[in-house]
Design a protein around this ligand. Sequence first.
Ligand code: SF4
Ligand code: SF4
Length: 57
Amino acid sequence: MAFKINPDECVGCGVCKENCPVECIKMEGDKCFINADECVECGTCAANCPASAIKAE
Ligand code: SF4
Ligand code: SF4
């Protein structure tokens, strides 16, 4: 399983980046991206994304 941000749905609010416990989300331009190598799959980002842009695959 891996958490992924859909760039077509991300509105660039930064909420996921602010709340990730291992700080593995980076903002590039107006989109956020998850570093899968560091993600501990806690699900916090997906639970708090206002655009529901983060899915577990
Ligand atoms: S919380 Fe959702 S909409 Fe906001 S930056 Fe993260 S992925 Fe994008
Ligand atoms: S699932 Fe948890 S560790 Fe992974 S990117 Fe989201 S908040 Fe960070």
